[in-house]
Design a protein around this ligand. Structure first.
Ligand SMILES: [Zn+2]
Length: 115
């Protein structure tokens, strides 16, 4: 059987099957070569553009709000998504630190190596 899950989603990490034809179409950049669903691909693009500096955190957050976030995400994706979702929170102040982490959020500026 060659019909196996031969790749995993760049966003949620789910294994899925990609056919040889899809894999070979590099120029088309089919979303099927990156993620398992269109929803995941949208998230992938937003995270990508945000980390590239193409879009701002506020803009990324607006875009993410219209996406269906999968229950599980690759850790490096989740880190960026969490970071994006912290943008523009109306009640966020400097003293408003998550009590359960006990850590200050001071690494927002650090870039995430992706791709
Ligand atoms: Zn996915």
């Amino acid at each position: 059987m060659s019909e196996t899950w031969n790749t995993s989603c760049a966003v949620c990490g789910r294994r899925y099957h990609i056919c040889n034809a899809c894999q070979k179409i590099k120029t088309a950049k089919s979303w099927r070569t990156v993620t398992d669903t269109m929803e995941c691909y949208q998230i992938y693009l937003i995270v990508h553009e945000y980390t590239n500096g193409t879009i701002t955190g506020e803009r990324a957050r607006e875009l993410l709000k219209s996406c269906v976030l999968p229950a599980e995400m690759q850790r490096h994706i989740k880190t960026v998504v969490d970071e994006i979702l912290r943008f523009g929170k109306p009640d966020s102040t400097e003293t408003d630190i998550m009590p359960d982490t006990g850590k200050t959020i001071s690494h927002l500026g650090s870039s995430v190596n992706y791709c």
